[in-house]
Write a protein that binds this ligand. Structure first.
Ligand SMILES: C[S@@+](CC[C@H](N)C(=O)[O-])C[C@H]1O[C@@H](n2cnc3c(N)ncnc32)[C@H](O)[C@@H]1O
Length: 357
């Protein structure tokens, strides 16, 4: 990394780093605008556009469309076709990142997620002062949908293969396997498990009702609604049926106000010969300062999203995104497990899989 600051960095270096961060933030928010307004989709569908063509195709303002197109060209994301009128074109690579919802390169939802966090800036300031939280519900639709959109390609393309060589695979391949997915969000993990295991039934639980509605729509569109059902439930606080072959929690234990309670519930929901699997952030075992890009990203999510979300529930453990192996081990033991083992899934985005037994 070229932008690492050290105790010997000069004030010029620090100022350059802050300026570079501001340019990154401008890119991020402009990408979120283009994503939310359908401008990237329209460019992908129509090819090169003038401001009025883009605005006409998306029901938006011509003047703002022009400013955005020029900004995107200035920052290098779009190309200019000179002429009268001037047109703006998106390369196939940019189109994939911004508009291909099934591509592993589709990281545009990250921008929407950070914009959704920024929109709650004053709530975050208040929460930091009062030691309270900002809930998933308060963060709203852009947060919920961007989270779901971010993880979707990984679940669709990589989840079945990642689990294939692990001790979990035979449990998923049992005749009529029963799978539970705790904190399922938009449901793409449940859907991917059902697609990969045609004899299995999957139930996804989430405390957030709009997430469950989204998950139901996604399952219907994916053609698996007959084997995948989604229920609103506060796992850990409600009695849920047991006997599942595998109970998963994908990227959510660190968000949960009471993770021990949830892990204990997952243990109860699992058949005696079944397994509990937690996928969470692949962070370092200790604080690194300065840290690498993954640690910086995870602390960013923690400050702006996950810690405030986790602190919005009563009796919060206040975990934050940086859920180190030792923290999850401590939670697992408190929930009644002997220990946890990392599954050899190979590289899987920013994540690591743990088998709790
Ligand atoms: C960061 S999102 C992850 C969603 C999904 N697993 C994914 O990978 O995209 C965390 C989810 O956990 C849910 N959640 C938090 N506490 C919960 C609880 N006690 N029971 C059920 N869901 C919970 C939230 O509503 C949210 O949808």
């Amino acid at each position: 990394m070229t932008d690492v600051l050290t105790p010997t960095s000069t004030s010029d270096h620090v100022a350059e780093r802050v300026l570079a961060s501001a340019l990154g933030a401008i890119d991020t928010l402009s990408i979120a605008l283009g994503d939310r307004l359908g401008w990237y989709d329209a460019l992908a569908e129509r090819g090169a556009c003038t401001p009025s063509e883009l605005a006409g195709a998306t029901g938006t303002s011509v003047r703002y469309a022009r400013e955005w197109l020029e900004q995107q060209a200035t920052t290098g994301l779009l190309e200019v076709e000179e002429g009268d009128p001037r047109r703006f074109r998106m390369s196939p690579a940019v189109a994939e990142v911004m508009t291909d919802r099934t591509s592993l390169a589709h990281v545009a939802p990250l921008a929407r997620m950070l914009a959704a966090a920024g929109a709650r800036f004053h709530d975050l300031v208040d929460a930091y002062r009062a030691d309270t939280g900002v809930s998933w519900e308060d963060f709203g639709v852009d947060m919920r949908e961007s989270q779901s959109d971010m993880n979707r390609p990984w679940f669709e393309h990589e989840l079945a293969g990642a689990l294939a060589g692990t001790p979990i695979a035979p449990l998923l391949a049992r005749p009529d396997a029963s799978i539970a997915d705790v904190g399922c969000g938009g449901g793409w993990s449940s859907i991917a498990l059902a697609v990969a295991h045609p004899d299995a039934t999957v139930v996804g639980y989430d405390v957030d009702a709009p997430s469950i509605e989204l998950a139901r729509r996604n399952a219907a569109d994916a053609g698996v609604a007959d084997r995948v059902r989604f229920e609103v439930a506060d796992v850990g606080r409600e009695h849920l049926p047991g006997g599942h072959d595998v109970v998963f929690a994908f990227e959510c234990v660190h968000d949960m106000p009471r993770p021990v309670e949830v892990l204990a519930a997952m243990r109860r929901m699992t058949a005696p010969d079944g397994a509990v699997v937690v996928m969470d952030e692949a962070v370092a075992d200790e604080l690194q300062a300065p840290g690498d890009e993954v640690e910086r990203l995870m602390y960013g999510f923690s400050l702006l999203v996950c810690l405030p979300d986790g602190k919005s529930g009563e009796d919060s453990a206040a975990t934050g995104t940086v859920i180190r192996r030792s923290i999850l081990r401590e939670y697992a033991r408190a929930a009644g497990f002997d220990d946890l083992q990392e599954l050899a899934t190979g590289e899987f985005g920013f994540f690591r899989f743990y088998h709790l037994a």
